[in-house]
Each structure stands twice: as structure tokens, then as C-alpha cells.
Design a binder for this molecule. Structure first.
Ligand code: PMV
Length: 321
């Protein structure tokens, strides 16, 4: 019997290490945030609607793509709501893709849908909507907690293998990483960086410059050093690595003057261990690791950002029923 309604929600994410480099198969390490996107779907009505409006590819590009890819039945009434600022590098589109696909798949399935199936479906939605993308954001939004993507499957008592995702010539292996409570603050610039544009910009650089390819490789090494620092709960080293990762992102050209001001401003606060831009850049957000998160928040706000303390979420996608 078909369900009359399904509700799903998925978290935003913060990338601690490895954005952009992950597109070229280097590892990345991310955390799910407690801010979520909620989607509900009812297979009723005469036409597809989203929040009462007709489904429109210009306004609902991710949802429209997901419906085209993964929905075989008649009209749907969808409702969405989000606590994640859009276009800010903290995973709003991935959370929407994951929650939407979770609703679509569950409505068509007699049983609960495996997480790996939701993750694969949502990655396809992101990839086809955004152009080139890694499965980083959709994997974290599905799995929750800490997630390491790596080109090879890694064996370690601290890592739990989740699933493998392939696309064109690349393979990413998703692992769950245990993450201690981290005092993180996120600063949102309010200017929206377009992920596809930033990814294309880095691609042009990487294709023509062996220097850029070396930078990408070194980001991969920094990410794995970050995993080790987390395992040892060595926040000082973790912060240094975040700073180094930021310098590389600056070199790749995805930093902006405001992001740089926020990163430098956060580093001036006593107790700050590290700061970097997070996500695609070109606007968007930055993240700070600090023993003094409240002061960092105030400092970032004074510099023109909106800022919030960012505890991690253990929960990935949640689906009812
Ligand atoms: O800015 P966001 O949240 O879309 O993050 C993009 C992360 C990139 O590594 C730049 C792209 C990707 O698909 O992994």
C-alpha cells in the first residue's frame, strides 16, 4: 500500500578539510551540523507543487531534477523548510537533495530505504544540477556525524566504512569518523558563492598548472593529518592544519577579501586555534576552531558576518515513517 505522506530532514555540513581537492579524488573531512532542511511529500493533487507553487526548474532546480531522476508516479505536493542559509557553503543544496530523494524513494518503496541508496540518488541530483561535484556534501547530509571521503577504502579501528560512490573516472569511499566535541564557530559572509563557478575556476587552474595540482595534493595530505589530529584529540594541531588548508584555498583563488578579513579577524581572538574558509568559497562561509567561541562570534559579527556556534549533529537523514 502506498504511503499517504513521507517527511524527511537532512543536516547541513561544514567542511573541515579538503574542499575542491575532493573533486580531484583527494580526501575530505566534514561534519554534519544541527541545522536541517525539512521536506514532506504527499502523492495528491492534479499537478506537482512546491510550497503551494507549481514545480519550476528555475526556482526548484534540485527538486525538479530529483523528481525527473527518481520519481515514477503521478503528481506530488511537496513542502520544504530550511534552517540552513542557502548558497553559503554549508550544504543547503545537499540537505535539500538528500531530504527530497529520501521522500521520493520512501514513497515508492514498501520498506525503509537504505542510507546508501539515498546517498547515491542525492549525489546524482547534485551532480546533474550543479555540473561537476564530489559526493562530499550529500554523503555527510545522509550519514550525519563526521565523514571522511577517500579515494581508497581505509582500514582503521577509528573508521567505519559506509559506502562507495563512483562517477566517471572517480571513486570515493565514505567512512564514518568519530569526532570529539569541537568548539566551532561559523561565519557567514552573506554573499552567495556559486559552487559550480568556483569549481570551474579551480578546474581551469588545475588543468594548466602543475603548481595547482601540487597544492591540491597537499590539501589531501593536510586532510589525512587532520584525521590523525582528531583521533588524538589534538586541537592545536587541528587548528594549524585548518590554517594551512586555508592558505592553499587562497592560492587556488576561491578566497575573497571579506572571507580573508573574517579569517584574519578570528585568528586575532585569544584562544583561536585555526580558521579557514569552508565550502566552495567565492563568498559563502568560514569556520573557526577556538577555545573562545563566544568571543569569536562577536568578533565576526563586528566584521560584518552573521555567526553561530556550530555543534555537530550525529543524525544524518531522518525519514518518517
Ligand atoms: O560550497 P558547497 O557547500 O557547495 O561545497 C562545495 C565543496 C566543493 O568541494 C567545492 C565541491 C564538491 O562538490 O565537493
Amino acid at each position: 500500500m502506498q504511503l499517504l505522506e513521507v517527511e524527511a530532514s537532512a543536516p547541513g555540513k561544514v567542511i573541515l578539510f579538503g574542499e575542491h581537492a575532493v573533486v580531484y579524488g583527494e580526501p575530505s573531512l566534514s561534519l554534519a551540523l544541527q541545522r536541517r532542511t525539512f521536506v514532506s511529500g504527499q502523492p495528491v493533487g492534479e499537478a506537482f507543487t512546491v510550497n503551494g507553487f507549481p514545480l519550476d526548474p528555475n526556482f526548484h532546480s534540485y527538486i525538479e531534477r530529483a523528481v525527473k531522476q527518481h520519481w515514477k508516479l503521478g503528481p506530488l505536493r511537496l513542502q520544504t523548510e530550511s534552517q540552513i542559509p542557502s548558497g553559503s557553503g554549508i550544504g543547503s543544496s545537499a540537505a535539500l537533495s538528500v531530504a527530497t530523494n529520501a521522500v521520493l524513494l520512501r514513497l515508492q518503496s514498501p520498506d525503509t530505504v537504505p542510507l546508501s541508496e539515498i546517498a547515491h540518488a542525492a549525489f546524482l541530483t547534485e551532480f546533474d544540477t550543479q555540473g561537476r561535484a564530489s559526493p562530499n556534501d550529500t554523503t555527510v547530509a545522509t550519514a550525519g556525524g563526521g565523514v571522511l571521503l577517500a579515494p581508497k577504502r581505509l582500514e582503521s579501528p577509528d573508521l567505519e566504512f559506509l559506502w562507495q560512490i563512483e562517477r566517471e573516472e572517480r571513486t570515493w569511499n565514505a567512512h564514518r569518523v568519530k569526532i570529539p566535541e569541537l568548539p566551532l564557530v561559523i561565519g557567514v559572509t552573506g554573499s552567495k558563492g556559486k559552487t559550480a563557478e568556483q569549481v570551474a575556476k579551480v578546474r581551469r587552474f588545475v588543468e594548466k598548472s602543475s603548481f595547482a595540482r601540487d597544492v591540491v595534493k597537499d590539501i589531501g595530505r593536510i586532510t589525512m593529518a587532520g584525521v590523525e589530529a582528531l583521533r588524538k584529540n589534538d586541537l592545536r594541531t587541528l587548528g594549524d592544519l585548518m590554517n594551512r588548508n586555508h592558505e592553499h584555498l587562497h592560492t587556488l583563488g576561491v578566497d575573497t577579501p571579506l572571507l580573508e578579513t573574517l579569517v584574519q579577524g578570528a585568528r586575532k581572538v585569544r584562544g583561536t586555534l585555526g580558521a579557514k574558509l569552508t565550502g566552495a568559497g567565492g563568498g559563502g562561509s568560514m569556520v573557526v576552531l577556538s577555545e573562545n567561541p563566544d568571543e569569536v562570534k562577536v568578533a565576526l559579527e563586528k566584521l560584518g558576518a552573521s555567526a553561530f556556534l556550530a555543534p555537530a549533529s550525529r543524525d544524518g537523514v531522518l525519514v518518517k515513517p
